[in-house]
Ligand binder design. Structure first.
Ligand code: IFM
Length: 775
């Protein structure tokens, strides 16, 4: 084990290097990026990796899944809730500030194996007093309401009075660093001390009076004192307006370490009745502090151990790729709450305010495959969020003049459309955002995800009770969305935005039209399956949603005649009607992060006039509906669009990597994989401070498993494994659930081994084309 500069008991807790992400230097420029990288979340709550004592330019964030508010913002946004991390230290009255004192040593370590953030520093104040501060924090994955911080404080060359402020800070704002857009979503409802011990801050959101209740208590003792007897000689509660503060003092002795344990409990009125919040928090806090940090930490680590036992992927021979992939998996699996079907995972997860905490197709198309194959229970809950928002999607369709259910492009807690209407272009000019009005493909994406989940899990109970209704109502939307053009005897879908958002108001986007067709077709197939095997369910659903035979006949007609723009001679799918007539630019230069550079002469305010695209669109279609296209079509289209994709969205590189591998472009596949895996670690999109690129994290997992790992479901529904390893890689191993069985795949340059680790009965798989039965 590598020794880090920590006290022995902290050091012993830190995992091996392959699980660790380091910050070796304090730098206010890059700190906001580390705040995202070091966000800890348990799916219920996400807390950015800011410092306990605060620092210059920090973007603190405490986000609780499902708590949104509009107030003076453009749309409902995730609320930045009270910051309970705060612990300030004073030596003889002088604050130990990261920015004002001299930092002699500094290190932070994210331990992904255990979900713990460690820190250590040696700091010298204006009177040359040196203090060592180290410790760790975690947000329990075992009890979602519990969090804790442990700090070890050692006066290195002095003795004297040390003061501690433990704060729950309700002064927080959303968009705090943008004077133009700052919003206050919280009002203080209760700032008081707790009768047993500790302090309590309860806030209320402006619009809905949703309550967020935080209680904290602190224990201060000598490191070597096993009984943990209190050493604080003075304590005072200070209800400072929007801040709830507990102040302590103790006499420090040179070289004698004092430990500060801060226990935190969070509940909201989504969890318990408002009038019970304070007593619930107090009771839980008392129990937590009574038990101590270690027991909860142990349970937290055990949950991570179990998650990793399936989720971990090992790449031998390429440490950078191995760790980067693990980083993406860590944040993805930490961000889900498998027990809350009223929340989903936002585009930036619970790691930042970017995209206002909204949920996009990112979840169903990019992240969900990871959950389907690694953590099916969580995948089901994520889909239940969409089922629970079905009524809002029905309302959305009606408002826009359509039938069935139209899912919003950006979704929050109500399921209504939350896309802001205005934003800024690349040059900072205000622009109308049309995605909320026109990016309709999300409705088919959700239906697609429901089917994918069913195909991999065979969870018929989910399909009968929830999934089928989603597929029927979304198919119905598409039928009403299509326009019949008599002269051409075809159905068209006009005025949309496809996945490539450089082109707005386009007609017949191939991705949208194909997925709409697929959605209607699946609806029809499902009707037949239900009628035949589960007639009682079919009659219940068709009665519930008033599905008539006449409507079914209409579905068949529309499905047959949806137009897909395609150049038969060249075997090229046209991204949308008229795309090939746009000005053609080809990308041939890349920056130091290997990201495309705008070709010379492009007017970046008129990208819609060019064939340059933001992200995978046709390639995305060929990936999702792989069995519909032959290999040559895939190769030709991949080669055409790859040269024109600017990768201005982090969603693209992973998809190009998988398709590249399918068509034999191995060199670019590895590069694209690393672009995706490193999106946050090296900040190659330049906006990691806004939050995690969660879709890219899901995409990275997909490249490892569906790309290099070669996993694919064929037309007959059989699991195929056709791996390919980059030159550096000696070995790749991963695990997936397939129809209730846990399967392990180990790939080396010479061999592929596929084993069934859990599950009943035999399953057929094909390894490099050869059928085998796993027993
Ligand atoms: O959903 C994506 C979209 O595809 C590209 N712009 C950002 C969105 C959120 O990640």
């Amino acid at each position: 084990m590598v020794k880090h500069m920590f006290l022995e008991d902290v050091n012993n807790l830190i995992s091996d290097d392959k699980w660790l992400i380091f910050q070796n230097e304090y730098n206010t420029e890059v700190n906001p990026r580390y705040e995202t990288l070091f966000t800890l979340t348990n799916g219920y709550m996400g807390v950015r990796g800011t410092f306990e004592e605060g620092s210059e330019g920090e973007r603190s964030g405490n986000f609780i899944a499902g708590i949104f508010d509009k107030s003076d913002a453009q749309v409902r946004e995730i609320v930045n809730a009270q910051n309970w991390l705060r612990i300030k230290l004073y030596v003889e009255g002088e604050e130990l500030s990261l920015d004002k004192c001299q930092l002699i040593e500094f290190k932070r370590i994210l331990d992904m194996k255990k979900g713990i953030l460690f820190r250590s520093m040696l700091i010298k104040d204006s009177k040359d007093r040196i203090t060592r501060i180290e410790g760790y924090r975690f947000i329990s994955r075992s009890d979602l309401h519990r969090s804790a911080i442990k700090l070890f404080v050692t006066p290195v060359n002095y003795s004297g009075v040390v003061g501690i402020e433990s704060i729950i800070d309700g002064t927080v704002l959303n968009s705090a660093d943008s004077p133009k857009y700052r919003v206050k979503h919280l009002k203080v409802a209760n700032n008081s001390s707790l009768s047993k011990n500790g302090v309590y801050l309860e806030t209320a959101t402006v619009d809905d009076d949703t309550r967020i209740a935080t209680g904290s208590t602190v224990r201060i003792y000598h490191h070597e004192d096993e009984e943990k007897n209190n050493v604080a000689k003075f304590k005072r509660f200070l209800p400072l307006g929007e801040m709830s503060v507990e102040y302590f003092e103790f006499d420090s002795t040179e070289n004698k370490t004092v430990v500060i344990d801060k226990f935190v409990i969070t509940y909201t009125s989504r969890d318990v009745r408002k009038d019970l919040l304070k007593t619930t928090v107090e009771k839980e806090l008392f129990a937590f502090a009574g038990e101590g940090i270690d027991k909860e930490l142990q349970r937290h680590i055990e949950v991570y151990e179990e998650l990793w036992s399936v989720a971990d992927i090992n790449i031998e021979g390429d440490e950078e790729a191995d760790k980067a992939l693990r980083f993406n998996i860590f944040h993805l699996m930490s961000s889900v709450n498998e027990n809350d079907p009223l929340v989903s995972i936002a585009a930036k997860a619970l790691h930042g305010e970017g995209y206002k905490g909204h949920v996009f197709w990112d979840t169903e198309i990019f992240m969900l495959p990871f959950f389907i194959y690694v953590y099916p229970q969580a995948a089901r809950t994520l889909l239940m969020y969409r089922y629970n928002m079905l009524d809002a999607a029905r309302k959305n369709a009606t408002l826009n003049g359509y039938k069935g259910a139209q899912y919003p492009w950006e979704s929050a807690d109500t399921g209504e459309e939350e896309t802001p209407k205005w934003g800024f272009d690349y040059k900072g000019n205000p622009v109308r955002i049309w995605t909320g009005d026109l990016e309709h493909h999300i409705t088919a994406d959700i239906a697609f995800a429901v089917w994918e989940f069913f195909r991999a899990t065979e969870d018929i109970e989910f399909m009968l009770n929830y999934g089928a209704e989603v597929i029927f109502e979304t198919a119905r939307f598409w039928v009403s969305r299509c326009e019949y053009v008599k002269e051409l005897d075809r159905y068209e879908i006009n005025n949309v935005i496809g996945p490539d958002e450089f082109h707005e108001h386009v007609d017949n986007n191939a991705y949208t039209n194909y997925l709409a067709k697929w959605n209607i077709k699946k609806g029809l197939e499902l009707i037949n399956m239900l009628k035949e095997k589960y007639p009682e369910h079919y009659y219940a659903i068709s009665n519930k949603i008033c599905l008539t035979n006449e409507e079914i006949e209409k579905c068949k007609k529309v499905e047959e005649k949806i137009y897909i723009p395609y150049d038969k001679d060249k075997k090229l799918i046209e991204q949308f009607e008229g795309y090939f007539d746009k000005k053609d630019y080809v990308i041939d230069k890349f920056d130091e992060n290997n990201m495309p550079i705008w070709p010379e002469g492009v007017d970046i305010t008129r990208l819609g006039d060019t064939q340059l695209i933001k992200q995978a669109d046709v390639v995305m279609l060929m990936l999702l509906l792989g069995e519909e296209f032959d290999e040559e079509t895939k190769r030709i289209n991949y080669e055409y669009y790859e040269k024109r994709t600017m990768h201005k969205s982090s969603l693209g590189p992973s998809m190009y990597a998988i398709m590249g591998l399918k068509v034999g472009d191995h060199k670019n596949a590895y590069q694209s994989f690393m672009r995706s895996a490193n999106v946050d670690l090296v900040d190659n999109q330049g906006n990691t401070k806004e939050g995690l690129h969660a879709a890219s994290a899901g995409g990275t997992w997909q490249v490892a498993v569906f790309g290099f790992g070669g996993m694919e479901i064929d037309k007959e529904g059989i699991l195929n494994i056709n791996p390919w390893l980059p030159e550096k890689w000696d070995k790749l191993s991963y695990k997936v659930f397939w129809k209730g069985n846990l399967i392990e795949v180990i790939v080396t340059k010479e061999d592929v081994s596929v084993k069934k680790l859990e599950g009943k009965g035999n399953i057929k798989v094909k390894v490099k084309g050869k059928e085998i039965t796993l027993q």
